[in-house]
Design a protein. Structure first.
Length: 439
């Protein structure tokens, strides 16, 4: 028992400090995980770029191998997918050659496309997932998951219809990265700790951009001084939409079945003492920290290799449509009467910003840099809580949870549902902010 206590306390402390403990760094609040990733990206950018490129090459090769191989290989399960996804990974490899070698059509080499897709999204995901997987594996295998699950169950189950352990997935997105949170959800799903509906809810309702990126959006719009108001709106908007969406289709229609032997949370009293007891018991049964860390790292490598090709393909196509066609201008037309009725400023910009988030969540901020304060606040909160965007999180969810399955059509419906729910919420919230900050 003593050994289990030491294991749990030490690993929980390391995991908590790395992912959850706030640190002020260069004038901004962040976490150690974010600082470490930024350090790597600043000091070895070329190495990370080629590393990401070779991951995509490996992902495509192994995808075709699993497609044509008749042997079942559990270690290659990440790469087994439909012909359509494998085609997207292959297209992603083609685009990657252009981005890395800086050759090919000039339309692809524009900084607003190549930099966004490759430097901001792909290299980040390829780096974040394997490193995050090490610490997430340590955190979850030595009792951290059980500890948080027991304490959060009374809140998560009645409000969002998911186990208490789902709180860890949500927190990981908010303070760390949605890509690490999705890795955690994927692992727990395949170990029987979530059923299909719970995975659907967590992946599509809580895999938001991090608090740090909310700060980036506020900074881009030059309203960082209003960040506390924006953060509260982002948090409340996420909770509000999740509460409603879990109770309506398509979420409510997903079957609550498992893909392996179920391992649901124990029905126990949600006290710190009980949470600690269960966590220590889990830690006692776990293997060595080194072996679990190593497994997490290679799991992260395989997972990143299987998904970043899809991100490159779908993300690039989405941005090409957004920047070089009037497609989103036309899609924004139905929102114009709504915003005119609400009497908001910059109706055209706010309408386009509302719909273009589905391509890339950073685009609404770029569109609304020179708009009224009301519009900036509205867009900062709205774009960070709409959640579904196809430059990254959309293809990741489809690719990672093909056993649910989460389909493209599901994500489009969820995007529209979240958008329609968020418009009145964000409007009223920003109206309240304007009253509070009025001279």
């Amino acid at each position: 028992m003593k050994k289990g206590k030491i294991k749990f306390i030490l690993t929980f402390a390391v995991g908590f400090f790395f992912f959850l403990f706030p640190i002020k760094f260069h004038g901004e609040w962040t976490v150690s995980f974010d600082i470490f990733i930024k350090f790597l990206r600043k000091n070895i950018p070329l190495t990370l770029s080629y590393y990401s490129f070779f991951l995509i090459i490996g992902g495509v090769i192994l995808s075709f191998f699993t497609l044509f191989s008749k042997k079942k290989n559990n270690s290659l399960t990440y790469f087994k997918s439909s012909p359509l996804i494998i085609l997207l990974r292959t297209i992603g490899l083609l685009f990657s050659i252009f981005f890395v070698l800086k050759i090919g059509p000039s339309i692809l080499l524009e900084k607003r496309i190549s930099h966004t897709i490759w430097d901001i999204l792909v290299v980040s995901v390829a780096t974040i997932i394997p490193i995050g997987a090490i610490f997430i594996n340590i955190f979850t295998n030595f009792g951290g998951l059980e500890f948080i699950g027991v304490l959060a169950r009374p809140l998560m189950r009645p409000l969002f219809k998911i186990p208490g352990r789902g709180a860890l997935d949500a927190i990981t997105s908010w303070v760390g990265s949605y890509s690490v949170a999705l890795y955690l959800t994927h692992n727990l799903f395949h170990s029987g700790k979530y059923n299909k509906r719970e995975v659907f809810i967590i992946a599509t309702a809580f895999s938001t951009v991090s608090i740090g990126f909310v700060g980036v959006v506020a900074s881009t719009l030059k309203i960082l001084n209003y960040f506390p108001y924006i953060f509260v709106g982002y948090f409340l908007g996420t909770v509000y939409t999740a509460f409603i969406i879990v109770r309506i289709p398509p979420t409510s229609k997903v079957k609550d079945e498992y893909i392996t032997t179920p391992d649901p949370e124990p029905e126990v009293k949600p006290t710190i003492k009980e949470a600690y007891r269960i966590a220590v018991k889990k830690a006692e049964k776990s293997g060595s920290v080194f072996s679990i860390s190593l497994k997490g790292f290679f799991d992260g490598i395989f997972l990143a290799s299987s998904i970043i090709g899809t991100i490159v393909a779908v993300g690039t196509i989405s941005l090409l449509i957004a920047y070089h066609t009037k497609f989103f201008d036309y899609l924004a037309i139905p929102f114009i009467p709504i915003y005119k009725l609400l009497n908001v400023p910059n109706v055209r910009e706010i309408s386009i910003a509302t719909i273009i988030e589905v391509a890339e969540m950073y685009l609404p901020s770029l569109i609304c840099i020179n708009t009224a304060l009301f519009t900036k606040l509205f867009v900062a909160i709205m774009s960070t809580t709409q959640l579904i965007f196809f430059s990254s999180v959309g293809p990741m969810i489809i690719d990672m949870f093909k056993d649910v399955p989460i389909k493209f059509s599901h994500l489009l419906i969820l995007f529209l549902e979240r958008t329609l729910l968020l418009i009145p919420f964000t409007y009223l919230y920003v109206k309240l902010i304007m009253v509070l900050i009025a001279p």
